[in-house]
Design a protein around this ligand. Structure first.
Ligand SMILES: *[C@@H]1O[C@H](CO)[C@@H](O)[C@H](O)[C@H]1NC(C)=O
Ligand SMILES: *[C@@H]1O[C@H](CO)[C@@H](O)[C@H](O)[C@H]1NC(C)=O
Ligand SMILES: *[C@@H]1O[C@H](CO)[C@@H](O)[C@H](O)[C@H]1NC(C)=O
Ligand SMILES: *[C@@H]1O[C@H](CO)[C@@H](O)[C@H](O)[C@H]1NC(C)=O
Length: 472
């Protein structure tokens, strides 16, 4: 690039910025109380401006709200709840252009900028009104004070009032580049009945209840984030005492990708359908200490995909799984998958192409919990092609060869097959080296013992493949 062209490009950027900064409020290093006064004046001018803007056709630039201009204290010494709620309230009634979903006012990408500050808050940052979308909160730390409500969330996307003009509360709210410290008082983020919420590059810690709770709505995407109740990198002496849940998905169609959960009793609880978890690393609380990495609590209709994840000393529990896919994942430290019977239903389950590593204690990679009754409605279950190092392989497909000289060959497949008595299909190959052509047949598969018999005694090797998975 020549010098002239560089200069030209710079010019364009400056002009671009000038048009972009319609409502940019700059933070100063003054005492925040002075700022509070100024910001009140400023807000008065903003409100005037709003009325002008709302009559104008469609504003072309996003509104920017710097929280220190509302008197928020970026040093975290003084309570900033009111200031932050002031910025949120202004943003929600700021300039807009049309609607997203019906009844969701498009705020045009308005940004609430935490300016890298660390803010102490004593009440949840709960949005005052519903029916807003296209808003970003980013770039700073929020910390709960010692009197923060024990059941509150630092950022609460549930409206304190909803006059019913929209069927969802919010759409396309982005929370990014945030450190949320719940100070063991409540949780990090609550998203209620909202659509297309992004939680990106957040570090959420010291939660008592949930790091993130999603209730109802659709499509909350949690990406590239770190959650842990206690700040640790493993082998923490207090691990037995970890409590709380890092991510609680009580809604459909959400996605968790590239997320590390470093402490909590439960890493992720899922109780809504069609969620996908990918690139999740759970080392929240070892199964041996009573922890669970991922708990799928949606018996009878699971519809969950877990791929490319890393279960690190903590496993997966699934109640009556119906449509569950677990693949390309790594289970370390004797971590295993527990399929728990509620009404005895298991259907459409794939557990394939995973790696399991353990400590030679004979821990089975997939286990059944049949305390509530046996799994007696099992169909389309494929547990196969997993590999083990220091753990015991379990599968729904088993292969064995039996050699003998006689008229009966028995392949006992119990050590591999998952279900105690459920062979649905057998294929076998009968090889005898002599000149005879004996008649032979499959006689019995009870208790996973495959019995092949011939009409005359011959030396033979029988190769058996038995499948518990498919009924067709
Ligand atoms: C209630 O609905 C009306 C029209 O649908 C809207 O203009 C107004 O902002 C809403 N009020 C609140 C508090 O959400
Ligand atoms: C765990 O909690 C118990 C009971 O609150 C307490 O006695 C114990 O010291 C804690 N252990 C660790 C390692 O923090
Ligand atoms: C199989 O058994 C028969 C009779 O019991 C014996 O004659 C034959 O040598 C045996 N064949 C082999 C290959 O062991
Ligand atoms: C199959 O084997 C079981 C147990 O060994 C036995 O009780 C049952 O009678 C056998 N079934 C047939 C058809 O031989």
């Amino acid at each position: 690039m020549t010098a002239t062209r560089k200069a030209l490009a710079l010019c364009t950027i400056i002009i671009g910025m000038a048009t972009f900064l319609t409502i940019h409020v700059h933070g100063h290093n003054e005492n925040y109380r002075d700022q509070l006064q100024k910001s009140q004046n400023f807000r008065a001018s903003l409100i005037q401006r709003d009325s002008v803007l709302s009559n104008s056709p469609s504003p072309t630039a996003a509104a920017l709200y710097d929280v220190t201009s509302y008197g928020a204290d970026p040093t975290g010494k003084v309570d900033s709840t009111e200031a932050l709620l002031g910025a949120i309230s202004d943003a929600l009634k700021g300039p807009s252009s049309g609607f997203l979903m019906q009844g969701i006012v498009n705020l045009g990408g308005a940004q609430i900028n935490l300016q890298g500050g660390n803010y102490l808050i004593s009440r949840p940052l709960q949005f005052p009104v519903a029916g807003r979308g296209n808003l970003v909160i980013h770039g700073g730390t929020l910390k709960a004070s010692d009197n923060f409500p024990a059941d509150g969330y630092l950022i609460d996307l549930s409206p304190s009032s909803n006059n019913g003009s929209s069927s969802y509360n919010y759409e396309f709210i982005t929370l990014r580049d945030l450190l949320l410290d719940s100070n063991y008082r409540g949780g990090g983020i609550q998203v209620v009945n909202s659509l297309r919420t992004s939680i990106d590059n957040c570090y959420i810690t010291h939660f008592r209840t949930n790091g993130i709770l999603v209730q109802g709505g659709h499509e909350t995407y949690i990406r590239s984030s770190y959650l842990g109740q206690h700040i640790t990198a493993g082998a923490d002496p207090g691990e037995r005492n970890f409590s709380g849940t890092a991510i609680n998905l009580m809604g459909n169609d959400n996605s968790v990708t590239d997320v590390v959960i470093f402490s909590a009793a439960i890493g992720i609880v899922v109780s809504g359908q069609a969620n996908t978890l990918s690139g999740v690393h759970c080392y929240n609380k070892a199964t041996g200490f009573g922890g669970t990495g991922i708990y799928l609590k949606l018996p009878g209709l699971t519809q969950t995909r877990i791929v490319n994840s890393y279960m690190d000393f903590t496993g997966i529990v699934a109640e009556d799984p119906v449509q569950l896919h677990i693949s390309s994942s790594f289970f370390l430290g004797d971590a295993y998958i527990l399929l728990k019977s509620i009404n005895g239903v298991m259907n459409g389950v794939n557990i394939v192409d995973n790696m399991f590593a353990g400590s030679d204690k004979g821990i089975e990679i997939v286990q059944l919990d049949q305390q509530n009754g046996a799994f007696n409605q099992v169909d389309q279950v494929v547990i196969d092609r997993n590999n083990v190092k220091g753990m015991k392989l379990k599968a729904t497909v088993a292969r064995e060869s039996v050699q003998g000289n006689g008229s009966s060959w028995i392949a006992d497949l119990n050590s591999v097959l998952l279900f105690p008595n459920l062979i649905k299909r057998v294929q076998y190959t009968f090889i005898t080296p002599g000149n005879s052509f004996p008649n032979h047949a499959l006689r019995n598969v009870t208790s996973n013992q495959v019995v092949i018999q011939s009409d005359v005694a011959v030396p033979a090797t029988v190769f058996v493949t038995a499948d518990q998975g498919n009924s067709f």
